[in-house]
Design a protein around this ligand. Structure first.
Ligand code: AMP
Length: 113
């Protein structure tokens, strides 16, 4: 259940985060275990477990999350970054509340592992 995750607890203010952006639809904060000099997470306030659970009613929300990813990347003065959404355990998802990673501040290899 997305309502029971650590990100749901952050949204409810039960545990702290290093917040960098907030609005009525999402919250962005620094990843606790960064894999690059800049590693940000953007999470919707709506408790979607992953992209798999999103549907047509989430079109505006998903577009908004992407625009916020660009906004916070620019706020961090990144001129290049990667936006990642892991969907499912096999793809590396460990927290089952939809989130976008924004990773930058170093050169990034492609393809990812
Ligand atoms: P994923 O592996 O795509 O599910 O990403 C989950 C991310 O959440 C990982 O990069 C973790 O380091 C990060 N994370 C887990 N707990 C916290 C927390 N309390 N505050 C900030 N980031 C967290």
């Amino acid at each position: 259940m997305a309502g029971d995750t650590i990100f749901a607890r952050i949204l409810r203010g039960e545990i702290p985060c290093d917040e960098i952006y907030s609005d009525d639809r999402c919250l962005a904060f620094r990843d606790i275990a960064p894999i690059a000099p800049v590693h940000l997470l953007i999470i919707p306030r709506k408790p979607l477990e992953s992209l798999r659970e999103a549907d047509e009613t989430d079109v505006d929300l998903l577009g908004h999350l992407l625009l916020v990813a660009a906004k916070v990347a620019k706020q961090e003065e990144l001129d290049a970054w990667r936006t990642v959404i892991n969907s499912g355990e096999g793809a590396g998802q460990t927290v089952f509340h939809l989130h976008l990673h924004v990773i930058g501040g170093r050169s990034l290899d492609w393809p990812p592992g």
